[in-house]
Design a protein around this ligand. Structure first.
Ligand code: ADP
Length: 495
């Protein structure tokens, strides 16, 4: 197959930065299509039109979708993202609008989630002829888009327009699976016989995630280590059997970050811009952050945490060591929201140690940049982590990550050794609170007692490259692999 060919790629995601974001998926969906466009491909993005999205957009057309015997209207609207800030190069973004399903205050967690995303998947497929855009590949992401490969293969491929479209399904987080009662098959227009362990049945339910894993031509996840881990019962979230079965079609490609959006040299959210040649300016961002978070201003090491406050992120380990941590000469800054338990825990700690911890519960993109720039260290002790973007963004800002070696954290952060001067962060392996504390202490030692080494570590972090440049090329190869697989399958069917 001609690897140079310009591909037509449809990128499907429930969230896309800058329009709607709850986590890393939005960052990837906003930035990978830009990198692919830079490589010369024709990429379009599609997502739901949530109520709060206020960007200017054009209404293209509408059409009816039949769902459970009812007709619902899908309105297609169009906006775009500029490619790497260049307003002459754009990635079109299509929005699927429907008043009943998406005109709500939040993105997720509604009683009729299954119906909302069943509608979305069908609308994505059916909008294509109207756009006169026939993709070579549909790139689906996470559970909300899982039914697309099965619908395409089992219902639409008899229509010539759809017959040779290949699919790639990317797992950004296996924990969120979209499992629903058996009768929801009807919402997808699939018959009872899809309630089968080799198809969509999953422990007595049907699973959107499983639909993607079973039916996509190729599947991948967002780091090599996570691709290996999820084939084991410990990390497999009960999908490990299916993943082992498809291990020949399962790949791992580490995420990149968008180097224009995350650039300490041009970031307008931070007080003072800097790069590896002006690291001393980073300190002014630290003082500004200390002021913002009502902490005493000074040269104390500041540890940051920006995260969804959920078990996955290793917060129980942090809670366990917190009192110990507070006995040290450090400050701690947290930005996040999620489980009430952890929100309350950090608010309580804020009351106990007002001079040592600054807490902001909520989502705040500008404050996030200020924390990445203003902290010295960034904490990610995750129980599991498909890729993780926090550690990549913090490295980009010269803030040294302290991580557990799992998933993408293991692939992107290596332990610093003051003797060989190798490594770019502080790493622990076992999911045990003392090991986390030990990693923090190692970082504090270098910061406090080996200033020269610390400065060197920060400079190297600022020079490292975690842009999309390499990973986008790997995705292009994967698209070709999926297309090759699809055409082999067609050859078998026509033989
Ligand atoms: P996940 O996708 O599991 O949430 P990642 O590390 O892959 O974790 O991506 C998280 C992304 O969301 C990062 O860009 C991080 O900076 C951002 N983020 C997380 N929580 C917040 C918050 N409360 N405010 C602003 N940005 C946040």
């Amino acid at each position: 197959m001609n690897q140079e060919k310009q591909l037509k790629i449809l990128f499907v995601s429930a969230e896309v930065s800058p329009f709607a974001k709850t986590g890393g998926l939005a960052d990837v969906a906003g930035s990978l299509p830009q990198a692919l466009t830079e490589l010369g491909h024709d990429v379009r993005i599609v997502m739901p039109k949530y109520k709060f999205i206020s960007h200017q957009m054009e209404t293209r057309f509408d059409f009816p979708i039949t769902i459970s015997g009812r007709k619902e209207t899908a309105v297609i609207r169009e906006s775009y993202v500029d490619v790497n800030g260049d307003n002459n190069k754009k990635v079109p973004v299509y929005f699927i609008d429907n008043y009943q399903y998406f005109d709500r205050d939040n993105m997720y967690c509604y009683f009729d989630e299954v119906e909302r995303f069943a509608f979305f998947c069908r609308a994505v497929i059916e909008m294509l002829p109207g756009l006169d855009f026939k993709p070579d590949i549909i790139h689906c992401n996470d559970w909300q888009t899982g039914p697309i490969p099965v619908l395409l293969k089992e219902q639409y491929s008899i229509i010539p327009f759809y017959e040779d479209i290949a699919t790639l399904y990317t797992v950004h987080n296996l924990f969120y699976q979209g499992n629903y009662p058996k009768d929801c098959l009807e919402l997808l227009g699939l018959k009872e016989d899809y309630f089968d362990p080799d198809k969509l049945e999953f422990y007595g339910d049907i699973s959107f995630m499983k639909a993607g894993l079973v039916y996509a031509d190729i599947i991948n996840t967002v780091s090599r280590t996570y691709a290996r881990e999820i084939q084991t019962p410990l990390y497999g979230e009960r999908m490990d059997g299916i993943l082992r079965k498809r291990s020949r079609d399962l790949y791992g490609i580490v995420n990149g970050i968008h180097y224009c959006d995350f650039d300490p040299m041009t970031d307008s959210c931070i007080l003072r811009n800097y790069d590896h040649q002006s690291v001393e300016n980073k300190k002014e961002n630290k003082y500004a952050l200390q002021k913002t978070m009502h902490l005493p201003v000074g040269d104390v090491p500041v540890i940051g945490l920006i995260s969804r406050l959920v078990d996955q992120k290793g917060l129980d380990l942090i809670a366990e060591i917190f009192e110990d941590l507070m006995t040290k000469d450090v400050q701690f800054v947290l930005l996040g929201s999620g489980d009430r338990y952890y929100e309350r825990f950090f608010k309580d700690m804020d009351k106990h140690y007002p001079d040592k911890i600054g807490v902001y519960i909520g989502f705040n993109a500008a404050l996030a940049q200020q924390i990445y720039a203003g902290c010295d260290m960034f904490l990610m002790p995750s129980r599991f982590e498909p890729c993780g973007l926090g550690q990549l963004i913090s490295l980009r800002y010269g803030t040294i990550p302290i991580v557990r070696a799992t998933g993408g954290l293991a692939d992107t952060v290596s332990n610093y050794d003051p003797f060989s001067k190798r490594g770019n962060g502080f790493v622990f392996k076992e999911y045990v609170a003392e090991k986390l504390l030990d990693a923090i202490e190692r970082a504090l030692y270098v910061y406090r007692d080996r200033k020269d080494l610390w400065t060197d570590l920060v400079k190297r972090a600022l020079e490292s490259d975690f842009s999309w440049a390499n990973s986008a090329k790997e995705y292009v190869e994967l698209y070709h692999t999926a297309m090759g697989k699809k055409s082999e399958e067609e050859d078998v069917q026509t033989a």
